[in-house]
Design a protein. Structure first.
Length: 59
C-alpha cells in the first residue's frame, strides 16, 4: 500500500504512519470514553492526521 510513494516520505510522515499502525493494533477497550475522553480524542486526531497524510478520507 505504502510502497509506491515511500521514496518521498519524510521522517515525520513515517512517524505518523507508524503511529496509526500502532493505534490500529491496540485493544480498543483502552480508548473507550469512560477511561479517558481526552486521550481517546487525541488518538482520533492522530488517526485523522495520518489518514489525511495517506490521502484517505477523514476517519
Amino acid at each position: 500500500m505504502l510502497l509506491a510513494w515511500s521514496e518521498r516520505i519524510t521522517n515525520m510522515e513515517k512517524y505518523k504512519i507508524k503511529a496509526i499502525r500502532e493505534l490500529r493494533s491496540v485493544d480498543m477497550d483502552r480508548f473507550k470514553p469512560f477511561r479517558s475522553k481526552k486521550r481517546a480524542m487525541g488518538n482520533k486526531i492522530i488517526v485523522n492526521n495520518a489518514a489525511i497524510l495517506m490521502g484517505a478520507k477523514k476517519v
